[in-house]
Structure formats: C-alpha cells, structure tokens
Design a protein around this ligand. Structure first.
Ligand SMILES: [Zn+2]
Ligand SMILES: [Zn+2]
Length: 377
C-alpha cells in the first residue's frame, strides 16, 4: 500500500493526542466507516482501511515515535529502492524490536526489482467523451528530490550520510534462526546501508518530498466503464537509479439519459405514437456525436422492433471496426382522448380494425385460447 496519509489527520486528532484520545477517535471513526454499515460504498471502505492503518501505527508507542520522527519513511518497504532512507536508533542490539516494527516491510519488496511505487488515479468521463475519445488533465501526487537537503536526507550538509556501522554499507545482516543463518535487511539502516545522524526536517530523511504533477492522458474513443490504462514509468519516481513505478488510470464512464451501451453497440429507446406505428412515418433521432439522423418507421411497426444505424456505434479499441446504433421502438398508446378521437377510434374498431389479418398476434393468441378451453392444447 503506497500511502502518504497523515495518520493524525486520518484519525482527526492533534499531534499531541494521548493514547486514550487516539483510541476513542479510532473507535468512533471505525464505527462510522465500518463496511457492514456502508455496504457497497468503496469510499467508506477506503476510509476504513486508512483508519486502521493509522491506528495500527499510532496505538503503538514505538511505531508512533518512528512515524513522528521519520514520517512514512519509517514504514516504507524499500531498502535501497526507497531512496536514501536513514535511521538512527542509537546503535545495534535492538534487532528484535526492529524486526517487530518492520516485520511487515521485509516481505514487501517486489522480486528484487528496484522500482518506485505504482500509482492509481480515478478519472470520470461522460458517455460522449467515451464515444469520441478525450484528453484529460490529471494531477498525480509524486515524490521528487528534496530541495532542502539536495536529496541526501541529511539536515546537516556538513554531515552527509555515513556508511552504516552495523552492516558496513551492505544493507543486509546475517542472523541466526534456529540452526540456520538467514540474510535480512539491516535493522539499523533499514537496508539502505547508510545512516543519517540528523535527518532532514523537510523530507524526514527520505531525500524525496511529495509534489503534485499534472499530466495529460489521451483516453481513446471507445473506452468502456472500468477500463484501466497503464502509463508505464509515470508512477512514483523512487529516487536515483530506481525504475519509476507505473501509473494506472481507472476510467469510469457516466451513464447517459438517452443512450445505453452494450459493447460497441448503442441502444436508444424511441417512443412512437400508436398511429405513427400503424400508418408508418419517418422520425428524427439523436446520434451520440451530437448530430441527428432520420429513420423510416414502416407501417405496422411493433414495440420492440429495432432499426439499425450501421456504424453509428462506438469505435472498437485497437481496431478500425465500429459498432452499430439501434433504435428500439416503443409504441405508445394514447391517453386522455378527446371526444372526436374516441369517435374515430370507435369507428376504427367497428370497422374490424383489431381483428384477423390486421392484428395477427392477437388473432393467433385468441385462437390458441379457444383451443385451450376446448381441451385441444
Ligand atoms: Zn546497516
Ligand atoms: Zn530533505
């Protein structure tokens, strides 16, 4: 989890809050954002995780002291990969404590690759933007070299980071575990091989600070809700000699009041008056690109009939193909008839308008009903 949360802000307590206050704040917030109380609410879920993360550190005096002193650097997983981190806890002999404190992070490095953290951002676009493609400016928090200490992590320019006396700069130590010797990151220097006596106040010894970066993402025409775009190397910088992480842009597409989407096809439900459907007509329908087009509705059109507008759907990603647009007809029965309208329809009915060839569906249905009652079906 690559976070740069302010744990005090997360728990809504002051920096000098005591254990009881922190516990109280945690209980209150954990109750409020508990997933059981907020089913399906991903924001509450994220908050709940953050609250637990913050409390996990602040409830423990040692972790809290480390956090107060070094910020997130105290818990970051990266050894040399995390940049020039430095720890001065007053020499060796604290191995067990450190193992407890940093136990989590030891398994946290990925496959030996030195890389900055991957970042995730959420971008919301409209249905029309998904149709046409769009360029979006996004702001990404990232870590850049700390100007105050020129990235050394040391507050004192006359006292640059020293080679760690415990591991002699190797960043690793051998420890006995039962009959075996295992190699683990040096607890004194947190695997960096260096020791900073007086960490920089601005970057807490990490040599990097957080800064917002704006970049433009070209979202291609045809993206679907939930698409994830990976921007290789646009994640966190991670420091000198380190491969930057990747940036993942999660796209959510807002629904449209007129159009629905299924893959590359677009559906639009268009109500047509009963008389139009019976007599036939031409209707004007909207297209997602903002234009309009005419569709012939032949005499005798029924509810649910689709009329295809070829190539008016979404682009298919990584292809020149396009989906189609379908006009789905819904025949609307008139309401609140005037006296004259009623007379006309009564005349129509008396003329046999609703029978035999004119309404094959009803005729077929009622002849089956007759068969049913006569025991033939
Ligand atoms: Zn060391
Ligand atoms: Zn600094």
């Amino acid at each position: 989890m690559a976070t740069n949360l302010d744990y005090y802000a997360v728990l809504e307590v002051s920096r000098d809050a005591d254990g009881t206050e922190i516990k109280k704040a945690y209980r209150r917030l954990a109750m409020k954002y508990h997933p059981d109380r907020n089913p399906g609410d991903t924001e509450a879920e994220t908050r709940f995780k953050e609250i637990n993360e913050a409390y996990d550190v602040l409830k423990d005096d040692q972790k809290r002291a480390a956090y107060d002193r070094f910020g997130h650097a105290a818990f970051e997983g990266g050894g040399p990969g995390a940049g020039p981190g430095g720890f001065d806890f007053g020499g060796g002999g604290l191995g067990d404590i450190f193992e407890q404190m940093f136990g989590d992070m030891m398994g946290g490095r990925r496959g030996g690759r030195r890389a900055g953290a991957d970042l995730q951002v959420q971008v919301s676009i409209t249905f029309a933007e998904a149709f046409s493609g769009v360029k979006k400016q996004i702001t990404v928090p990232t870590r850049v070299t700390c100007e105050s200490c020129d990235g050394t992590g040391s507050a004192d320019k006359d006292q640059p980071p020293e080679v760690c006396p415990s591991c002699h700069g190797a960043g690793k130590v051998r420890a006995q575990q039962g009959f075996f010797f295992v190699e683990r990151p040096c607890p004194t220097c947190h695997g960096s091989g260096r020791l900073i006596r007086n960490p920089c106040k601005v970057c807490h010894g990490t040599g990097t600070v957080e800064k917002n970066r704006t970049l433009e993402v070209a979202i291609p025409a045809g993206v679907e809700d939930g698409t994830r775009i990976r921007l290789s190397g646009e994640g966190e910088a991670g420091g000198a000699g380190v491969t930057p992480g990747d940036l993942y842009v999660h796209i959510s597409v807002e629904p449209h009041p007129l159009f629905q989407r299924d893959g590359a096809n677009i559906y639009c439900r268009v109500p047509v008056r009963m008389t139009q459907a019976a007599l036939g007509t031409e209707i004007e329908v909207p297209v997602v690109d903002g234009s309009r087009t005419k569709v012939k509705i032949p005499a005798g059109t029924q509810t649910g009939e689709n009329f295809r507008l070829r190539g008016k759907g979404f682009s298919v990603l990584r292809s020149s193909a396009r989906g189609d647009m379908y006009i789905q007809v819904v025949v609307e029965t008139p309401r609140h008839l005037t006296r004259r309208q009623r007379e006309l329809l009564e005349e129509f009915e008396a003329d046999g308008g609703g029978h035999d060839k004119g309404s094959p569906e009803s005729t077929g249905f009622f002849s089956k009903v007759k068969d049913f009652f006569e025991g033939k079906l």
